[in-house]
Design a protein around this ligand. Structure first.
Ligand SMILES: [Mg+2]
Length: 260
């Protein structure tokens, strides 16, 4: 195939003088608000423009996503910010989405038993805690919200969730985020998802950058040579950053990209 429709990947480091070959970016709190609310389409369009430039000229590193959000959400966000060829890590590492083939790959360590536990445990949580509801779209993990809000989840729900996981002897663990409880298989994480993405794309960690806003993004920090945070990031993850932008969310992502 020739011409403008040829399926070319991003230019590689040997073609250019750029310092980094890829940027792995968290979504909530980085490209979009942590709580539900409008994202900033003008800023996201600039991120997409960055990815277009990365694809066409190779003089800047393309950005892809590493998120706890389910695959359909990540698929949509990846299109908005113009991800073209780099794998997308979603559902906290459970899934990898390869945009070059448009194939979804479940972590090979996840079994039918893991998927059945996630499905059954979500049902248990909704029944056990009136007012609880689940994030739709997750298949290998469970994200529990509650009408009473995060404080109620932390104090009244999380201890029971942890006890129930233990009682069932399931290879899962529970963790509280800003807004919800994530129940995830112990064998997968953003770390394992990133490792799969890096291997699949043939990337060199010494030539990677990353962006994140909470300690759940520490695996990004640990796999990249340069890590930036938005101003709205938690103090804990800021202490691991090479650079903390004075800007928030997507404006910070643009700021960090401009420094690479
Ligand atoms: Mg985040």
């Amino acid at each position: 195939m020739t011409g403008s429709d040829a399926p070319t990947g991003p230019r590689r480091s040997e073609d250019t003088q750029r310092r980094f070959d890829a940027v792995f970016c968290d979504v909530d709190g980085c490209l979009s608000p942590e709580f539900f609310g409008p994202a900033d389409p003008a800023t996201l369009a600039k991120v997409s423009e960055h990815n277009r430039r990365a694809h066409e000229t190779g003089d800047v590193p393309p950005l892809t996503l590493c998120t706890g959000r389910p695959l359909p959400f990540a698929d949509c966000m990846a299109r908005i910010v113009g991800v073209r060829s780099l794998p997308i890590v979603c559902e906290g590492g459970a899934w990898l989405l390869d945009p070059t083939t448009y194939q979804w790959e479940l972590d090979p360590g996840l079994t039918d038993e893991h998927l059945a536990f996630a499905r059954d445990f979500g049902r248990w949580a909704v029944d056990a805690f009136p007012g609880a509801y689940l994030e739709a779209g997750k298949t290998a993990s469970v994200t529990i919200f509650h009408a009473e809000g995060p404080a109620f989840l932390r104090e009244r729900v999380l201890p029971s969730v942890e006890r129930e996981i233990g009682a069932r002897g399931a290879p899962f663990h529970a963790a509280m985020t800003w807004t919800c409880i994530n129940v995830e298989a112990t064998c997968v994480s953003k770390a394992t998802g990133l490792d799969r993405a890096i291997a699949r794309a043939g990337l060199d960690p010494a030539r990677l950058a990353g962006i994140g806003d909470t300690m759940s993004d520490l695996p990004i920090r640990q796999r990249v040579a340069y890590f930036g945070c938005p101003a709205n990031a938690s103090d804990a993850i800021k202490s691991h950053a090479d650079y903390v932008s004075p800007h928030e969310r997507a404006d910070a992502v643009l700021d960090i990209l401009s420094r690479l």
